[in-house]
Design a protein around this ligand. Sequence first.
Ligand SMILES: *Cc1c(COP(=O)(O)O)cnc(C)c1O
Length: 370
Amino acid sequence: MIPLVDLKAQHRQIADEVARGFAEVLENTSFILGSPVERFEQAFAKASGVRYCVGVANGTDAIELALRAAGVGSGNEVLVPVNSFIATALAVVRAGATPVFVDSDPDYHLIDLARAKTTRRTKAIIPVHLFGQLAPMEQVADFARNHELIVIEDAAQAQLARRNGRTAGSFGLAAATSFYPGKNLGAYGDGGAVLTDSDAVAKKLRALRNYGSEVKYHHPELGFNSRLDALQAVVLSAKLARLEEWNAKRREAARRYDEMLAGLPEVVLPRTLAGNEHIWHLYVVRVPSRDEVMKRMQASGIGVGVHYPVPIHLQGAFAHLGCKRGDFPVAEKAAAQMLSLPMFAEITVEQQERVVAELKNALGQIRARG
Ligand SMILES: *Cc1c(COP(=O)(O)O)cnc(C)c1O
């Protein structure tokens, strides 16, 4: 069995450090925020090339609080790519605003600004750095300038990914990220953070995550309970120290897949937008008869997945927005073809060879049956 992501292999490398850090937290019995969280926040801000990192409870909260801190809310529209995890759009709704969907491009599956529609109410745009590579941020910046939009990055799948040397999270007014266990930088539970260079946004976020309070028991505004735990910060600090190395190993694994799959005419390989340093959160190919290929590979013990089978505009949760099939044709077509192959820093050549062999098998069986 080869899993989509092998968290056990990762844990083995940091087990001792995590055990020592946990023991210290248990000794101090200071479980929420505190110095382990501050240490992690500082290290992650520095690594991402911004001044502030504000740890929160999860990535969805990070997007919501970033929007709120930027003054986006009721009456505002926010541009969101339909080809993303649903949390991007859920967070917009939770901030009180309305998501307005945008199709993706056919090659990189990133937001396609040529298809973005703005109105007088459009106030922000959330480019999603999907699968581990950055959205075309120069275009996003131009578009945002022309339409006077605030840019909030969704960097949940792009920790320490770069574009022309600049790190994910340093492009927008703020950037939200997730430390869900399966992300490139994952906690041992839920976690998230907002990155920003703005003093005002950082100050606002620190209050929002903590019941709207800067001084204990004084609440000048409505806030939330959305904080990062000390135990999670211990894990995140241990992993952050190794993240560049792990991301580089994923790049090597992606290059090996590219080579191994090059001779298969039915398989469309993932592409990297020029200027991007990809961190391969997911290695996503496109294949014909995807659902059948997936079933056959899973039956052979290969943990393949689909990200994402239903574009956000076709989810029942957003039926009230009135979108229908055919509204975002590029993303809809891609959703029927995309297949995520096992990808993690520790994946071996032998494991990758087996994945490719089983993919060939599945395609061969489907072809033979006609
Ligand atoms: C994981 C993810 C989120 C949500 O993060 P949670 O921590 O699960 O709330 C948001 N956007 C994208 C693109 C994600 O991959």
